[in-house]
Design a binder for this molecule. Structure first.
Ligand code: ATP
Length: 529
């Protein structure tokens, strides 16, 4: 599908190489040649991922009374997947070439070849398009009719290797939430509207995992189901949220093949009934968009909202809007936000014979709630943050990873100027104090300070502390009296350096943890410390 190409500052292969070299992420079982679609996260990757997930959890669970968390099992009763429709319909159309038997995902092939959304095309429509446009792959024809390929990864449970023991690795976390809706509403004493969220692994037998960690077979999702009475309106939708500005690629611009984006506000989208953006949907789109831009630090010019075209919508969804990020391959889905109506709860009610209705105190009536579902992949989120932050700084002569301090794997690097004369002892004391204060610190004792700064820049550390002889109040014999007095005045202070500007100043040891915390939270400007 058309996706405006960005100025690629680093291509995917080089980004993958950088991530491997620095220990963010690399192929699972790399020493055996890896396994397509599976990745391991190294020391920096795990910290970065945790920070992204924790930032979400804090904003959308801990700070709110209307959203609670859960951690569902990866393998659940297979009836869940029958009820949700996954067993019968979750998967993709598979194209196989006649000679080399190369396998391609049909919707992606159509998107790439014909510049149109391929998501919701049926097998017949795809075959017609192939015939009409005489589409081939590397000069090869396709085997027809095309086949359906299930995206579910199967496993067997227990000693009885019969059909009954077949189970599935979940292809999304959302279906662990719906069956728990009633039990969680009751145990956490939630009233409508309220949400249940979880972060966890999902597995899809993707036909062609590709684009680094963008399309994996094992990945992590951050999903939320926000339940509301079908006739209620979202009271939290403030004017400020309605005023949220964004760029949107409308369904019409895709249907007309102009692919021109328009600048608009959530309020205008909500007002125009053709978008079918109800108050809860508008609220969550605005909330997420603002969180991604204000808290996580993704730049609005790297984001767009894309309205799903009619043929792409699942039969139960009234409206879906993706938030796309401008990756090296162009704008692609980072998260989806669907209005799923009451499809899932109704299905689970029918299949499990458990009532999914709930009484809404304000509406004074019982109903199976409707649902807005924001769903984001952690790997795509992480890839966006890394790609945006990556900068080859020619002036400094090294890579600088401009991560927002809140998401950076380490907030501070500590350097004793030399590894003797009492400096490591002071550095260790500061290190321990910062760790006690829950600040992620990297202790780096080798190489020149310049080299250590460069290493810190490359992995996105926002602040560096250097412990030098002035920290001990020491000066050189040949220093003038004035310089000696200055150095003495610097006793019990260290140099702090800001990654973004490269500026340096001195801070008192006793204030370091408070200063770092405020800098990381953005409560104080580096120039004002
Ligand atoms: P796509 O059209 O790219 O296959 P999707 O629409 O099937 O994605 P959803 O089912 O809506 O994706 O999943 C929600 C989110 O999970 C996506 O926005 C994405 O961030 C993430 N996700 C989905 N599939 C993958 C995958 N194979 N690898 C990594 N992340 C994924």
């Amino acid at each position: 599908m058309n996706s405006e190409k960005p100025n690629v500052k680093i291509n995917l292969e080089d980004l993958a190489t950088f991530c491997k070299k620095k220990g963010f992420v690399f192929q699972a079982g790399e020493i055996y040649g890896g396994l397509a679609g599976f990745f391991d996260f190294g020391p920096l990757g795990v910290e970065l991922k945790n920070n992204l997930k924790n930032l979400y959890w804090k904003e959308f669970v801990q700070k709110r009374e209307d959203i609670v968390g859960q951690d569902g099992a990866i393998i659940t009763n297979p009836k869940v997947w029958k009820a949700s429709g996954h067993v019968d319909t979750f998967g993709d159309m598979l194209l196989t070439t006649k000679d080399t038997k190369t396998k391609l995902r049909a919707d992606h092939f159509i998107e790439d070849e014909l510049n149109m959304p391929g998501d919701a095309l049926g097998p017949k429509e795809i075959e017609d398009l192939i015939v009409k446009h005489n589409l081939k792959y590397n000069g090869e024809d396709f085997e027809l009719p095309i086949q359906f390929f299930s995206g579910m990864l199967n496993t067997q449970i227990g000693a009885d290797v019969s059909k009954q023991s077949k189970a599935y690795l979940r292809p999304e976390t959302a279906q662990s939430i719906f069956p728990n809706f009633k039990i969680i509403a009751e145990t956490s004493r939630q009233q409508l509207p309220f949400g249940i969220t979880q972060i966890g692994k999902a597995y899809r037998n993707e036909i062609s995992p590709r684009d680094f960690v963008f399309r994996c077979r094992e990945f992590e999702q951050i999903e939320m189901e926000y339940f509301y009475h079908p006739e209620s309106v979202c009271e939290e939708l403030t004017q400020e949220l309605l005023d949220t500005k964004l760029k949107i690629l409308t369904a019409k611009a895709q249907d007309d093949e102009t692919f021109e984006m328009i600048e608009t506000t959530i309020g205008d989208l909500h007002k125009d009934e053709s978008y079918k953006l109800n108050t809860f949907h508008a609220y969550w789109l605005a909330k997420y968009y603002n969180w991604l831009t204000n808290e996580v630090g993704l730049k609005p010019e790297n984001l767009r909202v894309r309205q799903h075209v009619q043929t792409e919508l699942s039969h139960y969804s009234n409206a879906t809007f993706d938030i796309d990020f401008k990756y090296p391959m162009g704008f692609k889905e980072m998260l989806g936000m669907a209005n799923r109506g009451n499809f899932d709860l109704t299905q689970h009610q029918q299949h499990s014979k458990t009532k999914m209705e709930i009484f809404d105190e304000k509406m004074k009536s019982k109903a199976i709630p409707n649902v807005i579902e924001p769903s984001m992949g952690v790997e795509r989120f992480m890839m966006a943050v890394l790609y945006q932050g990556y900068e080859d700084d020619k002036e400094r002569g090294n890579i600088v990873l401009n991560l927002t301090p809140k998401v950076a794997p380490y907030k501070v690097a500590i350097f004793p100027l030399v590894n003797k004369a009492g400096l490591p002892e002071v550095a260790r004391e500061i290190f321990n104090e910062l760790i006690d204060e829950d600040i992620e610190v990297l202790y780096d004792k080798s190489g020149s300070v310049g080299k250590r700064y460069a290493r810190a820049d490359e992995i996105g550390i926002p602040f560096c502390l250097t412990i030098d002889f002035e920290t001990l109040g020491q000066s050189n014999e040949d220093d003038s009296e004035e310089v000696k007095a200055e150095k003495l005045a610097n006793k019990d202070s260290v140099t702090i350096r800001d990654r973004v500007t490269g500026k340096q100043t001195r801070v008192e040891i006793e204030n370091i943890s408070a200063i770092i915390k405020n800098l990381v939270k953005g409560k104080v400007d580096f120039d004002l410390i």
